[in-house]
Design a protein around this ligand. Structure first.
Ligand SMILES: NC(=O)c1ccc[n+]([C@@H]2O[C@H](COP(=O)([O-])OP(=O)(O)OC[C@H]3O[C@@H](n4cnc5c(N)ncnc54)[C@H](OP(=O)(O)O)[C@@H]3O)[C@@H](O)[C@H]2O)c1
Length: 328
């Protein structure tokens, strides 16, 4: 099969089309003939040597795919209500940038009605991550306020729509006025250009001094102290990336006086059963919202898979709003 390989750690041009043996689906797994593969920031980190592949996962990059079921474990498929030829999208721990990809049945979801392969391939990584971090770890409730750092990212555009659909008020940060406008168009209630305003001061003002209930943070570093400062009583800070560095100094007094929770997670290395539970929650709570048009995939651009290097160059330019997808 054709696959995009990381031929060495480095700049986007280390991504090259190559030939690999087709993977074989084992017990509880499906083989998917891939039509489209989503591109995510963790793929960029893997390419630069900053995100090691978890034990047992493919070294081919790519954490999400959409396509049709080519073969697989018949009884696991039947139990999941799937059959050969069905269109599915899947979260995978690697191997997504390839014509054929193996996925655990529990991490596969039917393509929501009306969605193209490109749209379906854009869903799993951000929808699993946002559900797990904002709603499970962050326990965001209807009527609460969520602050999303990086509102125009793939993660951000998903978090805005999911949190709005489930009844929260949403504040985002973004690095330009155009990106702020794009977030507002997706339903965010307020957008803060973090390059021209102090997000913590703005968030406090926007909440009448009460602070926000949950923060989805992909920056960390010096942001953490300011995030602690703008959290409401019983607020929850959920860290999913450390683009601003791993070291933070916090006011521990605020943590105890306001009964704050600081937490975080990474999805990729979690067990299949954990991801399968998220898949079920998404199918029940979120897939209907996609099928009725309340939540829409946000595709910035698509590239032929052989041009994966261009897709990574675009992602690193930070010009995109939403998702970048490769097609086969
Ligand atoms: N923990 C997990 O399980 C998990 C899973 C998936 C992704 N992630 C992480 O989530 C992040 C988003 O992933 P993605 O695929 O959606 O990537 P992406 O579309 O490339 O987004 C990266 C975002 O980071 C924002 N950003 C950078 N510096 C910022 C700052 N100082 N303040 C506010 N925003 C800032 C950028 O916003 P501007 O362009 O506006 O500056 C951009 O929107 C990545 O860091 C990724 O590693 C974590």
């Amino acid at each position: 099969m054709k696959a995009i390989e990381i031929t060495a750690f480095g700049a986007p041009d280390v991504l090259r089309p190559g030939e690999r043996d087709a993977p074989v689906a084992g017990a509880g797994e499906l083989l998917i003939r891939v039509a489209a593969s989503g591109v995510n920031r963790p793929d960029v980190l893997q390419r630069t040597g900053n995100y090691p592949v978890p034990p047992g996962a493919s070294d081919i990059p790519g954490l999400e795919v959409a396509g049709v079921i080519e073969s697989g474990d018949a009884s696991a498929m039947a139990q999941a209500g799937l059959k050969l030829g069905d269109r599915v999208c899947a979260l995978v721990a690697g191997g997504g940038y390839a014509e054929l990809c193996v996925a655990p049945v529990g991490q596969c979801l039917p393509v929501p009605q009306g969605l193209s392969d490109v749209q379906a391939a854009s869903l799993p990584e951000t929808f699993f991550t946002v559900w797990s971090n904002v709603f499970d770890r962050g326990r965001l409730q209807k009527g609460e306020t969520l602050l999303i750092q990086g509102g125009s990212s793939g993660i951000g555009v998903t978090a805005i729509q999911m949190a709005k659909a489930l009844g929260a008020t949403v504040i985002v940060t973004a690095g330009s006025d155009d990106k702020c406008a794009a977030c507002l168009a997706l339903g965010a209630d307020h957008a803060i250009n973090y390059k021209t305003s102090d997000f913590a001061e703005e968030a406090k003002k926007l909440t009448g001094g009460l602070g926000v209930n949950v923060i989805l943070d992909m920056v960390a570093g010096s942001y953490v102290a300011r995030e602690i400062d703008c959290l409401a009583e019983d607020g929850r800070l959920v860290i999913i990336a450390v683009q601003g560095g791993v070291k933070s100094e916090i006011n521990a007094g605020l943590v105890l006086r306001r009964r704050l929770t600081v937490t975080g997670s990474t999805l990729r290395a979690r067990p299949v059963a954990f991801k399968a539970a998220i898949a079920q929650a998404l199918r029940k709570n979120v897939w209907p919202l996609i099928e009725n048009g309340r939540i829409k995939p946000v595709i910035h651009s698509t590239f032929a898979a052989a041009e994966a290097a261009k897709a990574h160059t675009l992602m690193e330019s930070n010009q995109h709003v939403g998702k970048i997808v490769l097609t086969w």
